[in-house]
Design a protein around this ligand. Structure first.
Ligand code: C5P
Length: 231
């Protein structure tokens, strides 16, 4: 049984480890996230191989941010890898440039609103305007959607608020910070179970360590798929 609502984060050091893990997961997982940590370890080659040779969907988590012309060029180049999802920061000029760069591809651009690792003190340090983080997240999500973003990355706690925005109609919400009941939180602070994240409005959930650190990664992925199927 496969369910592309589950995206497994391949946060392993290099492409060979990613291929080995994906082989263990087999048909239990159809969608993978490859992030910056794998960039120097052959991440793009891995993305290409998983897509072209194994028919997997690919989410490349680059969180791009730069002047518009550079973002557009970077996205245009990355889209040659036939990606399904690509992340940029949710600033409207970045989102518009990314959409332009992706215009001749099927790649969907997902916007990061405010990194979930940041608290109010971090935002103050960065001179981000005062106010409740949840309100800022919703405002940034609405602006990213208005700029053309196909979706946003959000914590499960923010998913319902974003789903309720008029601008979110037809847009994707992708949530990391997901932990099946009884698994270790790790460094994630605001977590939800797979079922709770989807019930809050997530279209896809990103799960890393609860799958790849499990004694039996395939069984861990299958348990998440079964939880989603039972909703
Ligand atoms: O191992 P774990 O399930 O916590 O992995 C979650 C993945 O989602 C990691 O690749 C992490 O970098 C990513 N992520 C996150 N929170 C965000 C954005 C991305 O945990 N706000």
């Amino acid at each position: 049984m496969q369910d592309d609502r589950l995206i497994v984060a391949l946060d392993v050091p290099h492409a060979a480890a990613g291929l080995e893990l994906s082989a263990r997961l087999g048909d239990a997982v159809s969608f993978y996230k490859i992030g910056l940590g794998m960039l120097t370890g052959g991440g793009l080659a891995l993305a290409n191989e998983l897509k072209q040779e194994h028919g997997k969907r690919i989410f490349l988590d680059m969180k791009l941010f730069d002047i518009g012309a550079t973002v557009e060029a970077a996205v245009r180049g990355l889209c040659q890898f036939d990606l399904d999802f690509l992340t940029v920061h949710g600033d409207p000029h970045v989102v518009r440039a990314a959409k332009e760069g992706a215009s001749k591809s099927d790649t969907q651009i997902l916007a990061v609103t405010i990194l979930t690792s940041l608290d109010r003190a971090d935002l103050d340090d960065s001179l981000i305007q005062a106010g409740d983080i949840a309100d800022l997240v919703c405002t940034r999500a609405a602006r990213a959607f208005a700029a053309g973003a196909d979706g946003v990355i959000a914590s499960p706690n923010e998913a319902a608020m974003i789903r309720a925005l008029p601008e979110a109609a037809g847009k994707l919400i992708v949530t990391p910070g997901v932990r099946p009941a009884g698994t270790d939180k790790g460094d994630q602070k605001r977590i939800a179970t797979p079922g709770a994240a989807v019930n809050a409005g997530a279209d896809h959930i990103v799960v890393g360590r609860p799958v790849w650190q499990a004694d039996d990664p395939r069984a861990a992925a299958q348990a998440i798929v079964a939880e989603l199927a039972a909703l």
